[in-house]
Design a binder for this molecule. Structure first.
Ligand SMILES: *Cc1c(COP(=O)(O)O)cnc(C)c1O
Length: 484
């Protein structure tokens, strides 16, 4: 096979620390004791943890070696679609670690928290400006949490009008969390199908929209990486029957500063700061899913809200129609600091983030569309979706091909999602990849497809080069081993 990044090198095996320890070995030299030996009480000398005895280099090498087994966006291209695994400027980690922020405690009186409150207040204003919405709460801790907040706001809005609506329309190109969030809030999700262009038709919505329906949840751009071009018309249909429009804006990376979400009929929107606005995503770390609303929904936003009076910032719970509190304290402030720094450092350049994200995805699509089957051949936004249809005759599947990509040093893209494409391969390169990196990824994929034609067994047996070969994912999911 052609060599590329990550395909050669020294991969060191590493036993457990427990297996490495040798009695009497020590990482530090303590000064000679100058007091007499004193036997400890029986109860203190009993069974304690059996820690291994190790030298300093053994410990340092152990953890350094383990860290090289991990793959992250700092190691290479991470082309997962729908997730925006992008490289984020390291300088924002520094801003978040400034002592004034890192040392702030949520129980400090507001008089001593003016800086943090100002940052949160101004961030809300900046997010409103970027999205074209009227009011923002940065409290929700993740995208799905933002969706739940949005659903609760929609519920509260209808209740304030003395109505109890029970259904929410969710298209098949919405993110998987959308129907779950609607259901968690007590709504019944009504699934509708996207059309042959991969987007939602106004007629489809008109056919199901009624007075029992609270609204619609649209992921825009949707999970096919396509812009829901009929959104305005769809919004008019939903509004005409008294419903509201929720937009899942986790994919803002594609339209930031370009589409005024507030101008296309959206009433409530969530963002993922940990996808679009400079907090590293993945590993289950803290995130933030701010919710942005139009004026008529502002009274329902979560409390406490940050208010500014006579130049001073404070927290107020005095919003009687609010849906209440959704997070201990005020949300994940560290994430907000990164987002604030990101928006201010880019300013009007923010638009270019989206332009490059879209350009890169379309470049990958254009260069791979003769190699892989492209179910929706039209300009996409930040991601593109292929399938394994062309490899069917060779009996090589999406899973086989992306496992083989690992042998070429690339993390697999998202697979088998979105569900509307059979055998989906969903690639989101993000704006932070340069042309050389994209070319190397594309060429590796082309090589894999060539191998699928010439030697399908090779691809079916992949990966061969990583430390572990093909895992039995079904077995792992059914019998999780959480202790080893
Ligand atoms: C990631 C994502 C979500 C969920 O966000 P979390 O922070 O993981 O809860 C929702 N919708 C879309 C479109 C997403 O990409």
């Amino acid at each position: 096979m052609k060599e590329s990044i990550g395909t050669t090198g020294l991969i060191l095996n590493e036993p457990l620390l427990m297996e490495k320890g040798k009695k009497g070995r020590c990482g530090i030299s303590l000064p000679r004791r100058d007091v007499e030996n004193f036997p400890l009480e029986e109860s203190l000398t009993g069974e304690g943890p059996d820690f291994p005895d190790l030298s300093e280099p053994e410990v340092v090498r152990h953890y350094t070696r383990l860290s090289t087994w991990n793959f992250g966006v700092d190691t290479g291209l991470y082309p997962l679609g729908s997730c925006t695994m992008k490289y984020n400027p390291k300088t924002h980690e520094k801003q978040a670690a400034l002592p004034g922020f890192a040392g702030a405690h949520p129980l400090l009186p507001v008089g001593l928290s003016q800086g943090v409150l100002r940052l949160m207040y101004e961030l809300q204003g900046l997010l409103a400006e970027v999205t074209g919405m009227d009011a923002v709460s940065v409290q929700p801790a993740a995208g799905a949490h933002g969706e739940l907040t949005g659903m609760m706001i929609i519920h509260a809005f209808h209740r304030s009008k003395g109505e109890r609506r029970t259904k929410i329309i969710v298209p098949d190109t919405a993110h998987g969390t959308n129907p779950a969030s609607a259901a968690l809030c007590g709504f019944s999700p009504v699934n509708v199908k996207s059309n042959e262009r991969g987007v939602l038709s106004p007629e489809t919505v008109a056919a199901v929209m009624d007075e029992q329906t609270a609204g619609i949840m649209v992921t825009n751009p949707n999970t096919l990486g396509l812009f829901e071009e009929n959104i305005k018309e769809i919004a008019d249909i939903v509004h005409a029957k008294g419903g509201l429009v929720y937009c899942d804006g986790a994919n803002m990376n594609a339209i930031m500063g370009i589409v005024g979400v507030g101008d296309i009929g959206v009433d409530v929107l969530h963002l993922n700061l940990h996808k679009t606005f400079s907090t590293p995503h993945g590993g289950g770390g803290p995130g933030a899913g701010p919710v942005c609303v139009k004026k008529h929904l502002e009274p329902f936003l979560p409390v406490p809200r940050i208010i500014k009076e006579n130049g001073a910032y404070s927290l107020s719970g005095d919003f009687p129609d609010s849906i209440g509190r959704l997070h201990g304290f005020y949300g994940n402030v560290g994430v907000m600091i990164r987002a604030y720094a990101y928006i201010l450092s880019l300013g009007a350049e923010l638009k270019n983030v989206s332009r490059f994200a879209v350009l890169n995805a379309n470049y990958v699509k254009a260069r791979l569309k003769d190699t892989l089957h492209l179910p929706y051949d039209r300009p996409s936004l930040h991601e593109c979706v292929f399938s394994d249809k062309k490899q069917e005759t060779q009996k090589v599947s999406t899973l086989d091909m992306v496992k083989r990509l690992m042998d070429y040093g690339f993390h697999p893209p998202t697979i088998y999602f979105p569900l509307v494409v059979h055998g989906a391969i969903m690639i989101e390169p993000t704006e932070t990849e340069c042309k050389e990196e994209l070319d190397a990824f594309i060429e590796a994929f082309q090589e894999v497809v060539k191998e699928a034609g010439e030697n399908p067994q090779l691809v079916r047996d992949a990966p061969r080069r990583p430390k572990l070969r093909r895992l039995d994912e079904t077995f792992a999911a059914r019998h999780p081993c959480l202790t080893c």
